[in-house]
Write a protein that binds this ligand. Sequence first.
Ligand SMILES: [Zn+2]
Length: 145
Amino acid sequence: MKQCPQCGKFFPDEVTECPDCGVATVEFEDPVAEEKPQPRRRSRLIYAFAYLSWLVVVPMIEEHNSEFARFHCNQGLVLAFIEILTTTSFGILRAIPVPILQTVLGCIEGAILLACFVFSVIGAVGALTGRKTELPLIGKIRVID
Ligand SMILES: [Zn+2]
């Protein structure tokens, strides 16, 4: 029997990674003052790459078997897509020669990009701490599963 060192759930021997936490499962041992094994820190660092724009390809390739990694890659991809769509469409709108409109559009674009940045930080912190942090508004969108 295997056990998740993070949440303590039990799994069959063939399960190598906890579906909830994304940490490597370990052989279950009776709790006789045993030191708890450390979760795979390298993996978590790679999961956080999901929120660094095009670096999302790193966890997608390295950890494609991990449901936890796919969860974070999905959110990272949605954010990257929103960012590209925002900069592209507002870039086109910049051609309209109305100064007051440009000020308003600049504020809207800035607000969207700032929100994307904040969401990326929230998601990356979730990945680093082994959590599936569903982001507000965009967390329900699925581009990969
Ligand atoms: Zn777990």
